[in-house]
Design a protein around this ligand. Structure first.
Ligand SMILES: Cc1cc2nc3c(=O)[nH]c(=O)nc-3n(C[C@H](O)[C@H](O)[C@H](O)COP(=O)(O)O)c2cc1C
Length: 663
């Protein structure tokens, strides 16, 4: 499909006084890029400016705190004080200067925050904690409700004064406005609880207040969970009634998402949820409403987005993680360069998992997120020669970046294909989209001047013959080899072997280690009917997996009858048997055996493989060890390492050239 066929996606849309240049919306996406007092930072400005320059028609700035009691994250953007207006203005100008329109999402976390962050007991419609366990909130008094209404109205005033084209009220995902809206969280008996009309009252007073104070020209979007997808929550028929009422009160746009805290996998659906998971909800809203509707939920490909608009499921498409992964998605789509897009693979690891861990967000294979300025560079003044050993995620990122900087790059890979640990990871259920990572780098390699040698383990001599300025060692890792009797036995397989050669795996399997990797291999093996047990030393399975993916993974393990043994210290393996010490909750320990086993999978961890580094260093070659070869980690860490190494080499080369010039 060529770009001109994306007619609808790049058709302007007028809403009230503004005209969007296209139908692509960047929805609110928290970043943790704000300062500790909620202020705008240069990093935050660059992040949004890059997405506007990349061609999104409307940017909705992340959920922004209107009141201290509702702060959801330590580094959440705030709009609760006039002193914040000047820097918000800079943000607005940076985005509007690129031709995009900009809204800001007004947010109050309600019961889904905690006193560690907000400094006070959470406020909510009722004194009932979220079923997934946060603090018990206090039921808001009528005075406190008035205080919050005022906070939203003041937030909207500040937004207008800063130059925003509009605001979005966060009425989805079980935050304060949706907590009032929904029978799932609102048990009040007064005018703000009970009937739908009463549950809508808080949102009504806010919308009407903004309209009255900020006038007709200031736009109001309302984000709603079209279905909360939990029993006793709001379902589509009631959400439709609510949305109709909200537009009657003055909302100019309805943004249709789904889910509550209990169902995080539906708020930010990871792979393998299909493209457009929430679009049926948007479609129903669009049929019932006379204002534009935004659809969201894993809208990944430009052709798909176009089809969504053409079929009338939505008027605008929100592309969230897709724009984190590739800020230039819209421009690349418009110019028909679909193959150049770095598509989101729905892993959730760098974005929402980092956000929830109070870390600045990033992306599995876009390490430039939040570093938009640092990652721009001029071509190297003097091209150097670089040898990269290993074409896994770390080596690939280093190689393509060094090539983009203008260096000559030789890339060696001992296997017959690119990708390293990505090739193994994508075999696990629900992770086939990781193929996209390899496709993306493959494409980059094709367009580069990199000389690639597959099936090649370079010797020291091969490397020296190339007279490299730098050698990047990205040779990955090998399974750890603890002093565990029996671990060298024939029936013990590595994760890689179990995934790539499942014919070697018997019927009854014990996976040694219940981290994410161990659970994923168990998931895979159980699909073919094998009886799988996971043994984990700690007291939680898949502890290194983010909440949404963990929820799905654990559900699949339960469905496939995988047995999970926690607090198990493995003592020895022998043919058909594992001996372990089980620690009970009360601290009592007992030695136990499991018999009749066919295969063990070693998921105890990996260690670095950097054997080339020492001999090269010894002969004075500048070496940079990256990825698992330096310190075993995830694909995300490996890619970040590759990017870091390339930039450091660039800096050293520039310094060297400058010094040479001066002498
Ligand atoms: C890192 C991250 C932060 C998010 N923060 C917000 C937020 O502040 N407000 C909101 O309404 N939704 C938030 N969301 C949800 C997104 O707006 C969007 O609905 C979701 O990612 C699904 O769209 P996608 O599949 O295009 O990513 C966030 C999602 C992510 C990944």
């Amino acid at each position: 499909m060529t770009a001109f066929l994306l007619k609808k996606l790049f058709e302007p849309l007028s809403i009230g006084p503004i005209t969007l240049s296209n139908r692509i919306v960047m929805p609110a996406l928290g970043t943790n890029f704000a300062g500790s007092k909620g202020e705008v930072t240069p990093r935050l400005i660059h992040h949004y400016q890059a997405r506007a320059a990349g061609g999104a028609g409307l940017i909705i700035v992340e959920g922004t705190a209107v009141h201290q009691t509702g702060r959801g994250f330590l580094y959440q953007l705030s709009i609760d004080r006039d002193e914040l207006i000047p820097s918000l203005k800079q943000l607005v100008q940076a985005v509007q200067g690129q031709g995009a329109k900009i809204f800001i999402q007004l947010h109050h976390g309600g019961r889904n925050t905690n006193s560690r962050i907000s400094g006070t007991q959470p406020w909510a419609p009722s004194a009932v904690p979220s079923p997934v366990g946060q603090e018990t909130p206090k039921a808001m008094s009528l005075e406190e409700i008035q205080e919050i209404i005022r906070a939203f109205l003041e937030g909207a005033r500040r937004a207008r004064e800063a130059g925003f084209d509009g605001v979005e009220l966060h009425g989805a995902h079980e935050y304060l406005l949706s907590q009032f809206l929904s029978p799932y969280s609102n048990f009040r008996k007064d005018a703000y609880g009970g009937s739908l009309e009463n549950r809508l009252r808080l949102s009504r007073e806010i919308i009407q207040g903004i309209r009255k104070e900020q006038g007709e020209k200031f736009l109001i979007s309302f984000r709603i969970s079209g279905d909360e997808l939990v029993s006793k929550g709001m379902h589509l028929p009631e959400s439709l009634k609510a949305a109709r009422a909200l537009t009657g009160y003055g909302a100019d746009l309805i943004n249709v998402s789904g889910g509550v805290y209990e169902t995080p996998h539906l708020i930010i659906p990871p792979a393998p949820f299909p493209q457009g998971v929430h679009l049926p909800l948007a479609e129903s809203m669009k049929k019932a409403l006379s204002v534009p509707v935004i659809g969201v939920g894993r809208i990944l490909h430009p052709e798909f987005a176009e089809a969504v608009l053409n079929s009338g499921q939505a008027d605008l498409v929100a592309i969230g993680r897709g724009l984190i992964a590739d800020p230039d998605w819209p421009q690349k789509a418009r110019t028909g360069r679909f193959g150049d897009i770095r598509f989101c693979v729905g892993c959730n690891q760098g974005c929402i998992d980092f956000l929830m861990a109070e870390r600045p967000i990033t992306c599995l294979y876009n390490p430039g997120v939040g570093k938009d300025r640092e990652f721009s560079f001029l071509p190297a003044r003097q091209p150097g020669t670089m040898v990269v050993v290993g074409a896994g995620p770390a080596g690939l990122e280093a190689a393509v970046t060094l090539d983009e900087m203008g260096h000559r790059v030789y890339l060696f890979e001992k296997r017959d294909r690119l990708g390293g640990q990505v090739q193994t990871a994508l075999i696990a259920p629900g992770k086939s989209e990781f193929q996209e990572i390899i496709r993306y780098y493959q494409r980059k390699l094709e367009k580069s001047g990199i000389q690639l040698f597959l099936n090649t383990k370079p010797t020291i001599e091969t490397i020296l013959d190339l007279t490299p300025d730098f050698v990047v060692i990205a040779t990955g890792s090998v399974p750890i080899d603890p002093d565990l009797p029996g671990l060298q036995g024939e029936e013990v397989l590595s994760i890689e072997t179990a995934l790539t050669q499942p014919e070697k795996v018997g019927e009854k399997v014990v996976v040694l280690g219940g981290g994410n990797a161990g659970c994923e291999v168990a998931d895979y093996l159980s699909l073919s009917g094998r009886k799988v047990t996971i043994m984990e030393m700690g007291n939680r399975m898949a502890r290194d997996c983010g909440p949404a993916r963990r929820y799905l993974l654990m559900r699949r393990l339960r469905e496939n009858k995988v047995k999970n043994f926690i607090r198990c210290r493995i003592k020895s393996l022998s043919p058909g048997q594992v001996t372990y010490i089980r620690e009970e909750k009360d601290g009592q320990r007992s030695m136990r055996h499991l018999n009749g086993l066919d295969t063990f999978v070693n998921a105890l961890g990996v260690k670095s493989n950097d054997i080339l580094a020492a001999p090269l260093k010894a002969i004075g070659i500048q070496v940079d060890i990256i990825g698992d070869a330096l310190s075993p980690g995830k694909i995300l860490d490996a890619v970040a390492e590759g990017a870091r190494a390339a930039r450091e080499i660039y800096g050293k080369m520039e310094a060297k050239n400058k010094a040479n010039k001066n002498t």
